[in-house]
Design a protein around this ligand. Structure first.
Ligand code: ADP
Length: 238
């Protein structure tokens, strides 16, 4: 049973076709990775799914309903939330305040015990409870990445979109993040991630979509993708 269906998606920027008739489905409850060389359209795809960009043509169906053309906040409300490659942290707020703002964007001063409880629960899940009350801006990169995930989880998504979650992390942090992604997935949350680290993709993903020059090159299990001659050619550039 698929939770997201991408159907004949096309995105043109002036003179550039970033996505060229891309179709694939994400199974509910799976960890699905999108890979491809630089410039293959991965970020554009994420931006269309999350409502940051409008598709030129084609559709994105989430839980049986088309969502293309909806605003980002409407898509989040339906149960699809995302992280960004370069998370934006608000000024001098503490870690816990950052999460409470995610729950109540316009009225931090009115936050109630319940939102604080949800925020603390998500901090525990990502393992940041010990830094709850320090300024978020002072967190090192690895912990910022975890905070970004906690923030997306506060919105209680059914699908979590992760944009290169492992970029810039050291090997220990990479390993911890893989464990966390599995844990989140085991809570029933479908994960769709763009990822460069091939080892991460092959270890974590149930299914992989490969893009190349905006086109769908292949969709399959890690084993199928690893043995696909076209994928090997695209990556080795031969
Ligand atoms: P990836 O994430 O796989 O590196 P992108 O989705 O960022 O690929 O880019 C796909 C193509 O679309 C590239 O040729 C890129 O230059 C182009 N592109 C992406 N965003 C824009 C934009 N806002 N304006 C113009 N061209 C863009």
């Amino acid at each position: 049973m698929s939770i997201i269906q991408i159907e004949h998606l096309i995105k043109r920027f002036a003179g550039v076709i970033a996505l060229d008739d891309v179709s694939f489905a994400v199974d509910e409850g799976s960890i699905h990775a999108v890979i491809g060389p630089n410039g293959s359209g991965k970020t554009t795809l994420f931006n269309i799914i999350s409502g940051v960009y409008r598709a030129t043509a084609g559709s994105v169906v989430f839980d049986g309903e088309p969502i293309q053309g909806l605003r980002p906040f409407q898509i989040v409300r339906r149960g699809l939330s995302r992280t960004f490659q370069h998370p934006r942290l608000f000024g001098s707020m503490t870690v816990i305040e950052q999460l409470i703002v995610a729950l109540h964007p316009s009225k931090l001063w009115e936050f109630d015990k319940q939102s604080e409880q949800i925020a603390r629960e998500k901090l525990n899940l990502v393992g940041l409870e010990h830094v709850a009350d320090i300024p978020a801006a002072s967190l090192p990169q690895g912990q910022r990445r975890l905070l970004e995930i906690a923030r997306a989880l506060c919105l209680e998504p059914r699908v979590l979109l992760l944009d290169e979650p492992h970029a810039g992390l050291n090997p220990v942090e990479t390993e911890q993040l893989m464990v966390l992604i599995r844990k989140i997935n085991q809570q029933g949350i479908t994960i769709l991630l763009v990822e460069h680290e091939m080892r991460v993709v092959m270890t974590l993903a149930n299914k992989i979509t490969v893009l190349n020059f905006g086109r769908l090159l292949a969709v399959g299990s890690p084993q199928e993708i690893q043995n696909n001659p076209e994928v090997i050619t695209a990556y080795l550039g031969v």
